[in-house]
Design a protein around this ligand. Structure first.
Ligand code: NAD
Length: 255
């Protein structure tokens, strides 16, 4: 029996990167997985890949920044699987720029995608989770950017700081039925990470320099994050809520 057998998990940003790794691992641990994302081709690829291995998966085209898409996502999950037990709010975008260089449109889009989406999704999912005999668990993907400035990451860092505060607040409001925790990744090798290089003065070399700068001498893999998400979503973390699990190869320890 898997750690998530009988549970249904919604995972946003599940078409690639960390979200895809989380969906695959959760399915291997017995969960029904609902994959939320905007890329139909990639979404169905992940969906069929999981089904071909005997898992239960449903891709739902979702733009997490839109309230109505979050409503539809939760409704379709209930229709297909009958409950929502786990939510992984993972989708994110960079929206690069400093306060003076980022446009108001990108600022808003970044906050809508990284922060407001968590509000919209949990607003829909929590009432269902409260009806479950065993409540539910929520895992949100934050970032070490919540407590560390990076060049030209104004909207991103603001959104990740706010989402950390929201997680702590929700833990207070929804315990003991629902546990909600934040994963705080450091540099993890995904498309988003690689596209962040342009924000740095040493854009040409930074991706080569990062691994050696970390105490653990490598950047993270999506699976490193998926394992942390599994811990926080499963009963292995049954006395943990409102906390931040930093998974960063030691980046924060270095200051
Ligand atoms: N990779 C890193 O180094 C790193 C570090 C810290 C935090 N994070 C966070 O991890 C999370 C996952 O990112 P990743 O690194 O796997 O990157 P990724 O680019 O591989 O995946 C991000 C996913 O979010 C989706 N997404 C973005 N906007 C969306 C929207 N409006 N609606 C639906 N889906 C949307 C993308 O399509 C993609 O599937 C993000 O929240 C990111 O901020 C990443």
């Amino acid at each position: 029996m898997g750690k998530l057998t009988g549970k249904t998990a919604i995972i946003t940003g599940a078409t690639k990167g960390m979200g895809r790794a989380i969906a695959k691992l959760f399915s291997e641990e017995g969960a029904n997985v609902v994959l939320a994302g905007r890329d139909n081709t990639a979404g169905h690829e992940v969906e069929y890949g999981i089904r071909n291995k005997g898992g239960k998966a449903l891709f739902v085209h979702t733009d997490v920044s839109l309230p109505e898409d979050n409503t539809r996502l939760v409704n379709l999950t209930i229709e297909e699987f009958g409950s929502v037990d786990i939510v992984v709010a993972n989708a994110g975008m960079l929206g690069l720029g400093s306060i003076t260089s980022v446009s108001p449109e990108i600022w808003k889009k970044t906050l809508d995608t990284n922060l407001n989406s968590v509000y919209h999704l949990l607003r829909e999912a929590i009432p269902y989770m409260q009806k479950n005999e065993n409540g539910g668990t929520v895992v949100v993907t934050g970032s070490i950017a919540a407590h560390k400035g990076f060049p030209n990451h104004a909207a991103y860092n603001a959104s990740k700081g706010a989402v950390q505060a929201l997680v702590k607040q929700a833990a207070v409001d929804y315990g003991p039925e629902i546990r909600i925790n934040l994963i705080q990744p450091g540099p993890v090798d995904t498309e988003l990470y690689r596209s962040s290089a342009v924000a740095f003065p040493n854009a040409e070399t930074i991706l080569d320099e990062v691994p050696g700068s970390l105490p653990l001498k490598r950047v993270g893999t999506p699976l490193d994050i998926a394992k942390a998400a599994l811990f926080l979503a499963s009963d292995d973390s049954s006395w943990i809520t409102g906390t931040v699990l930093t998974v960063d190869g030691g980046a924060s320890a270095k200051g």
